[in-house]
Design a protein around this ligand. Sequence first.
Ligand SMILES: Cc1cc2nc3c(=O)[nH]c(=O)nc-3n(C[C@H](O)[C@H](O)[C@H](O)COP(=O)(O)OP(=O)(O)OC[C@H]3O[C@@H](n4cnc5c(N)ncnc54)[C@H](O)[C@@H]3O)c2cc1C
Length: 378
Amino acid sequence: MTSIDAVVAGAGLWGCTVARRLAESGRNVLVLEKRPVVGGNVRCETDPATGIEIHTYGSHIFHTHLDDVWDFVNRFISFNGYQHKVLARYKGKTYFLPLGLTLVNQFYGINLTPSELPAFIANEASRDVPQGVTPSNFEEQAISFVGRPLYEAFIRDYTRKQWGRDPKELDASIIRRLPVRTSYDVNYFSDYRQGIPLTGYNSLFDRLLNHPNITVQCDTDWLTWKEGEGKALSHLPVFYSGPIDALFGYKFGALEWRSLNFEVERVNCADYQGTSVVNYTLADVPWTRIHEYKHYHPEQKDVMAHPETIICKEFPKKWELGDEPYYSVNNRETDELLAKYKQEAAKMSNITIGGRLGEYKYYDMDQSIARALAVDLT
Ligand SMILES: Cc1cc2nc3c(=O)[nH]c(=O)nc-3n(C[C@H](O)[C@H](O)[C@H](O)COP(=O)(O)OP(=O)(O)OC[C@H]3O[C@@H](n4cnc5c(N)ncnc54)[C@H](O)[C@@H]3O)c2cc1C
């Protein structure tokens, strides 16, 4: 590459999509990535012994209803048609999520029809939170949607583990809706376009970045690079998807995140749990879910039949500066802090800030791509 026209800082889905668009519009792009490899939190590694694709930063299932996003990713990869189902372990029994006819009928040992379900749930809900009373916290809000028995079985302890706070201390506005499906559909996502890349997630990034106008440099933190090696290029437009508070040296304080620990285990059996994800809804175990990665590729017959499998227990934890940030903790305090950083960002002329870290917002993969497709490149 002779000259550089733009710098992309961060090679996750957002950064790689922006880089590809810049390259296709004829501009020479330098992509800088802090980690040793590209892919951000969608990065995977393949276990050499079994061929299992391990999702390094937690299970990732691609799903979308956005035509432009689907068309865009399908230029680079094909999907295997995997449809995501999540099971929940509660008091020694296993239930299909999400909340719907399957779960409710099994949980209560009844046989409601689709038309009977809404009235049944409304009746359960009205027992503890009478109509007309405004719920004052997450717990009351959830009970007002589904009733206490379902709340206590599937939501209370899981929420406590996930967010590290009692649901009574969480804001009611966190759950605006808790839809209960009136069908036996146990597909976890309602998007019919779903799947896992046949050639693995890493191939998506390799192909996005495989363009003569793109140069990739890993192990490079743009925040340090711009003060040294990159100083001469400070006039170039930058597309940054690192944390917004890090961009300003955390001068107003650090935005709060939830972090995760993943404990990966090799297990000496072909199939440990019969599905890719099982949630553990109660506080009697410290993990929230167990992932079994081989189930994401049912088309890989040899991998499926391998006498070993790999599982991963997921443990939410408090985030400290330096930990991997996973879920933004959006509340009044962090909203105020974010607004301050956004005000600072608005004063900068040649930087576009995006991605989940830059916007401090949870985005599914399709939303991350959609946001990147909408970025103004001029
Ligand atoms: C546990 C978990 C599970 C998820 N599961 C799903 C799922 O099943 N389906 C789904 O659709 N979505 C899922 N997501 C969401 C998905 O991970 C995100 O949509 C996606 O990773 C966002 O991409 P991004 O580019 O914004 O951020 P990231 O993937 O975080 O990429 C940002 C990149 O920028 C780099 N970077 C940061 N600072 C700098 C710097 N100063 N210089 C250079 N590089 C820098 C980082 O190292 C990183 O590589 C999940 C998210 C989590 C947390």
